[in-house]
Design a protein around this ligand. Structure first.
Ligand code: GUN
Length: 384
């Protein structure tokens, strides 16, 4: 019953009209679903009757694979736009300086790499597989390689054309899996549409899976008392920021906005492992603002500029903003600037600590990739 109501809510948004991977049962028009009455008086009997009469599909056990499409609140004034009396208040939030913390971590890693070279005559190696020519992916990969070189990690890579076949990508992954000088294999995402991401990520050797995306690593992360070999870099960076800033998670209410495989879902699992009480808010969540306003810790990872406004946040909360979103800015030389998912101007007058964008989570992601690669090499050479 609960699940059915949820599906009705999702259907009512009409957002999956254009769903590419709609399950076959969803070929009915959205209006057909909204015709189903969800009255309590009808109860489960009428719903079951509707299913039996094939007037509506039965929800699959694992739910529909619906895309997350965020709709900004209508008629929202641009950020920052709290009433003037609030903007007159000085920002009170401490800035969680991800750039400085990442730099500190990179210094620690450089020291360990140097000790490894002295002890066993080897250094860690990271291989990056890039498929296609997306500008953002090319930039990320360049930054990752540069960061490796700066701390003494050997960087390898292969750039494959957009039209590469799945087999060609798999062969590149296998080549690095088999190379003993490589301790980390990373396939830059997203892959071109014709390549099955799941197949490729499954092929990465679990003990070189420095992205932490292998199902075994994610599965272990999700289970109490199990140890993943690697934790995905961005959520690991978020937690490291909280730990190094002295922010206790035990027993706190945490809200993660966004449920992606790369950030939202693993961030929620990590917060839970730190004994926070975690709610995931996604694009089908009703009252996302009210739920978020309950949180002591908010991690936002949806990629929507300024989605989270000041009135979503509890006074004194801690905000980790994973979003890096370009917005037009005629005053900037590039014509745009980067902002987070959270309206910083408003939030910094309400919360107790917040990460800036840029300079917050971004630098931590790369630092965590270096950390995972070092960990992998230490494991390979039996160092502690
Ligand atoms: N694309 C965006 N973020 C990531 C990441 O953390 N790892 C990989 N491999 N691809 C990404």
């Amino acid at each position: 019953m609960e699940g059915l109501s949820w599906n009705a809510a999702a259907m009512a948004t009409g957002s999956f009209k254009s769903l590419v991977r709609a399950p076959p049962q969803l070929s009915m028009a959205v209006s057909d679903y909204s015709a189903v009455t969800w009255s309590r008086s009808g109860g489960s009997h009428s719903i079951r009757a509707a299913i039996a009469a094939e007037k509506m599909p039965r929800a699959p056990l694992l739910g529909w694979n619906l895309p997350d499409v965020w709709r900004p609140r209508p008629n929202l004034p641009p950020c920052p736009a709290l009433p003037e009396r609030n903007l007159a208040v000085e920002p009170i939030a401490a800035v969680i300086d991800g750039k400085a913390i990442a730099q500190e971590i990179r210094g620690e890693i450089a020291g360990e790499v140097s000790r490894m070279r002295d002890a066993v005559g080897k250094v860690p190696g990271l291989a990056v597989v890039l498929v296609g020519a997306r500008k953002d992916s090319e930039t990320y990969v360049r930054s990752k390689k540069k960061a490796c070189e700066e701390v003494g990690i050997k960087s390898l890579g292969i750039d494959l054309p957009e039209e590469s076949t799945e087999d060609e990508v798999l062969r590149a992954v296998m080549m690095f899996n088999d190379d003993p000088s490589v301790h980390g294999v990373l396939v830059q995402l997203p892959l071109p549409q014709h390549i099955c991401e799941e197949k490729i990520l499954n092929a990465v050797s679990i003990d070189k899976d420095v992205d932490g995306f292998h199902p075994l690593n994610i599965g272990r992360l999700a289970m109490q008392g199990r140890e993943p070999l690697f934790v995905p870099c961005t959520p690991k960076g978020c937690i490291e920021l909280l730990i190094r800033s002295g922010i206790d998670m035990m027993g706190k209410r945490a809200v993660v906005i966004g449920r992606s495989n790369i950030v939202g879902a693993p961030a929620a699992m990590l917060l839970q492992r730190h004994n926070a009480t975690v709610t995931i808010v996604h694009s089908y969540t009703k009252n996302a603002e009210d739920i978020t306003r309950e949180a002591d810790i908010v991690i936002s990872a949806v990629g929507v500029a300024n989605l989270v406004r000041g009135d979503w946040l509890k006074p004194g909360a801690v905000v980790i903003d994973v979003g890096i979103n370009p917005v037009e800015d005629p005053n900037s030389k590039r014509g745009y600037r980067l902002v987070g998912d959270v309206c910083y101007e408003e939030a910094s007058r309400i919360v107790s600590a917040i990460t800036p964008v840029p300079g917050g989570v971004g630098p931590m992601t790369i630092a965590m990739l270096l950390s995972n690669t070092l960990e992998s090499a230490k494991r390979a050479y039996g160092l502690t």
